[in-house]
Ligand binder design. Structure first.
Ligand SMILES: Nc1nc2c(ncn2[C@@H]2O[C@H](COP(=O)(O)OP(=O)(O)OP(=O)(O)O)[C@@H](O)[C@H]2O)c(=O)[nH]1
Ligand SMILES: [Zn+2]
Length: 203
């Protein structure tokens, strides 16, 4: 699996990635299907822009999120309490409608003997979020990745998000938030630990 770094990220954002003709044609077909004329001036470059935007939304496919957890620190001065990163904003797209999912995540773990740089928890989240997702799987994948690679005593992930496929179309119900959680290890087995982590997360 190739690993996408910041350079490739920038290349996609700056429009340097070539867009194959069949991809452009697919987007022209979608514009026609939506009721507009892909040949009108304002829409001429839209197929390329849309294709590059989708490459950027889906950068996670070129990334192994576990690679962010490779550098681990053992000198933690005996710290063995919960480590929590909360209110991490993220964007994803639902696999049913390819519509935006916008929300925030709280990711916690109870270290066994090692910790990771705190930004890496957000990197793992974005690595899985930048794909076509459902919120349940995103939550489970983030938790499993930390559990498998850091081997902590426990992992807790709570995600709260709003789905554009519910607000902008379909049932058209704005203002609703979906909450999902995944607890592993101590946070699953021990009620007191679970309550403590949920309280630190603000739930
Ligand atoms: N469980 C879950 N459902 C999701 C997620 N994102 C979108 N959905 C739902 O996926 C469902 C797809 O339902 P379908 O009946 O196949 O599609 P649809 O006819 O477009 O459904 P409506 O959205 O009700 O119009 C919808 O109820 C969406 O609200 C998610 O992350 N998790
Ligand atoms: Zn959807």
């Amino acid at each position: 699996m190739s690993v996408v770094g910041p350079d490739e990220d920038d290349d996609v954002a700056r429009g340097k990635v070539p867009v194959p003709q069949d991809v452009q044609e697919a987007i022209r077909t979608l514009i026609r299907w939506a009721g507009d004329d892909p040949a009108r001036e304002g829409l001429l470059d839209t197929p390329k822009r849309v294709a590059r935007a989708w490459k950027e939304y889906c950068l996670g496919y070129g990334e192994d999120p576990a690679s962010h957890l490779e550098r681990q620190f053992e000198e933690v001065g005996g710290y063995d309490e919960i480590v929590l990163l909360k209110d991490i904003p993220f964007q994803s797209h639902c696999e049913h409608h390819m519509a935006p999912i916008i929300g925030k995540a709280a990711i916690a773990y109870l270290p066994r003997d090692k910790v990771v740089g705190i930004s890496k928890l957000a990197r793992v989240l974005h690595g899985f979020a930048r794909r076509l997702q459902i919120q349940e799987r995103l939550t489970a994948e983030v938790a499993k990745c930390i559990w498998d690679n850091l081997r902590p005593h426990g992992v807790a992930v709570v995600i709260e998000a709003s789905h554009a496929c519910m607000t902008a179309r379909g049932v058209r119900t704005p203002g609703v938030g979906m909450v999902t959680s995944r607890m592993i290890g101590t946070f699953l087995d021990d009620e007191r630990s679970r309550k403590e982590v949920l309280s630190l997360m603000g739930y």
